[in-house]
Design a protein around this ligand. Structure first.
Ligand code: FAD
Length: 545
């Protein structure tokens, strides 16, 4: 196949004739039933919203609405039907692209990497919670189980002692988010680290279970992730080597008490000192959750009010306006806000909070904002929910910053060190200024590293806004790589570039990935190009973006 920009729908996969495609779709329809195979042959009426988003393309597209679209969407009901779809794809050489729920906003939504792929929407019908074990604190889920659904099922069973960890938006899939190595904000925020056991359909149709699940009749699959021999799980995360149909997940014990706290730091130049204070506190678990140090401008935007309310000129919003607006909020005038939570009974919390207070107050002008002074409709209480494992979606509000607000995320990983934070901020600031884009940075602090998440919010209906967002992203990825920082995750349109930055020893890692890809997926049907990994029959044909 050769890439080409087609305008007509359905977007027939390149290298497949219309006649073959029609025959293939008829064949698949006969196998799955007409209600479970939908051709994408009409232009979308609109992009809906977060909870009713399209599964044919990215509702927040940065590439133009026609570039990364599905030719059809299929809805399997079981692992056996996923196997049928995979065998069908091999027979007709049609690219397929699995999504669990397709809410991967900022990273490609429901879009496939190759135009005309058949999207496998696993979540619509494979949405069962197969097990919740109240003693082991584990669960077993299918792809269509969202953080909301899992949370509600646990509540419905009256299991108050079990907590779910949720990302900022609770409507995503537990499996989809975990496979993309997403994060949440309780002490169990590293989702990949807390999963245990996968069931996977391989690109040639076989099914395997990883870890202890490979042992027939095992009752330890959800409690011991490693099993025996090489750990295969990593091959199926951010990858195109398998379709995950079940996953075990550990659940957090209710810490029997929790308390959010908020610190405001006065100056942008406080960043390095704050980050250096955070490092030992986080590594020693005094700061217990994946907490966030956010720029004040995001706190203005997350009120949901559009930018034009504050400033209606091109170019980044001036600092004087940000300062004036932040001054009106409960946090008062500041440059950075640290949102955290202490867990456990009161005396344990008090012990940790006293240490945190003494350390943060070493920064001149640092203030602890008393939660009692924060109105109930303030964003602080949304963070309070999320850090306590209660799904929420107030975070979506900053997408209203511009009309038709969409976003794309720059997410480099760095040590928790002041000088690294400053370097990353400096490059992000320079590139945003060049592109005339407002800078929305937040540092998400893991255990020994942090992700800087910079959200670029753009008007998806304006080609110049999309192009500016992409130019800014591309420049930041290269600048960061030149300094030794790599992205933990990226948008479909940037996967080739990001994969190219992981080039040590003459691209040894990519050569290894390609050998595995060719061995496991000889016909190159599963998510070609995902994470920059192209199967043999696509390589060297100009598919990279
Ligand atoms: P999907 O879109 O279904 O899948 C994600 C990826 O995994 C896709 O590449 C897909 O191909 C692959 N995949 C999915 N299922 C399978 C499968 N069964 N087998 C093989 N491959 C599969 N993300 C965070 O992690 N943390 C946050 O705090 C966060 N905050 C956000 C805030 C806002 C305002 C927005 C708009 C987005 C945010 N996101 C965040 C990004 C995103 O919304 C979530 O990560 C979301 O959970 C991903 O969508 P999903 O769960 O529906 O996964």
């Amino acid at each position: 196949p050769q890439p080409q920009q087609q305008q007509s729908l359905p977007a027939i996969p390149q290298g497949v004739s219309r006649a073959t495609f029609d025959k293939a779709i008829t064949d698949l329809t006969n196998q799955l039933g007409p209600e479970n195979v939908e051709l994408n042959d009409k232009p979308p009426k609109d992009d809906g919203w977060y909870m009713e988003h399209p599964n044919t393309h990215d509702m927040m597209n940065v590439t133009g609405s026609d570039a990364l679209v599905a030719s059809a969407v299929v809805y399997p009901s079981s692992t056996a039907e996923v196997q049928k779809i995979v065998l069908w794809a091999n027979q007709y050489r049609i690219p397929i692209f699995p999504i669990s729920m397709g809410r991967n906003l900022g990273y490609g939504g429901a879009a496939p990497r190759v135009r005309g792929s058949v999207v496998i929407d696993l979540g619509k019908r494979m949405n069962k919670i197969l097990d919740i074990d109240p003693d082991d604190h584990t669960c077993l889920v299918e792809p269509g189980v969202s953080f909301y659904a899992l949370y509600e099922a646990i509540q419905a069973k009256g299991y108050d002692h079990l907590w779910v960890d949720t990302p900022d938006l609770g409507g995503g899939s537990v499996i989809g988010n975990t496979l993309d190595r997403g994060v949440g904000y309780t002490p169990y925020g590293d989702h990949w680290a807390t999963h245990s056991g996968l069931e996977v359909v391989l690109p040639t149709g076989e099914v395997l279970r990883t870890g202890m699940g490979a042992l027939p009749h095992s009752n330890t699959s959800q409690i011991f992730p490693y099993g025996f021999g090489p750990i295969a799980d990593g091959l199926f995360s951010q990858s195109n080597l398998g379709i995950v149909t079940q996953m075990g997940m550990t659940l957090m014990p209710n810490p029997t008490g929790h308390e959010s706290f908020l610190y405001a730091f006065a100056l942008e130049t406080d960043l390095a000192q704050v980050i250096d204070i955070i490092r030992p506190l986080r590594i020693s678990n005094i700061l217990e959750n994946v907490a966030q140090l956010r720029s004040a401008v995001q706190t203005i935007a997350v009120q949901g009010r559009p930018r034009k309310d504050f400033y209606d000129q091109p170019g980044p919003i001036p600092q004087s306006i940000i300062d004036a607006e932040v001054s009106k909020l409960p946090c008062g005038k500041c440059a950075w806000l640290y949102y955290g939570m202490a867990y456990g009974p009161p005396h344990i919390r008090a012990y940790k909070l006293a240490i945190i207070d003494a350390e943060f107050k070493k920064v001149a002008g640092a203030r602890r904002i008393d939660p009692a002074t924060i109105p109930k409709d303030n964003y602080f209480w949304s963070r309070d929910n999320i850090a306590a494992g209660v799904p929420d979606f107030e975070e979506l509000l900053w997408c209203n910053w511009v009309p038709n607000g969409s976003h794309i995320a720059f997410s480099p990983v760095s040590p928790i060190r002041g000088k690294d934070a400053e370097r990353l901020m400096a490059l992000a600031k320079r590139r945003h200024a060049e592109s005339g884009i407002d800078l929305f940075p937040a540092f998400c602090v893991g255990l020994r590293e942090m992700h800087l998440i910079v959200e670029i919010v753009f008007d998806k209906t304006k080609p110049e806004a999309r192009e500016a967002a992409m130019a800014c992203m591309r420049a930041m990825v290269d600048d960061a790589a030149a300094l030794g920082y790599g992205e933990y995750r990226t948008h479909l349109a940037l996967m080739d570039q990001v994969a190219g930055t992981y080039s040590w020893n003459d691209n040894a890692l990519m050569k290894f990935n390609e050998r595995i890809k060719d061995a496991l997926d000889p016909n190159g049907i599963l998510a070609p190009g995902k994470s920059g990994i192209w199967p043999k029959r696509y390589r060297g044909r100009g598919w990279e973006m």
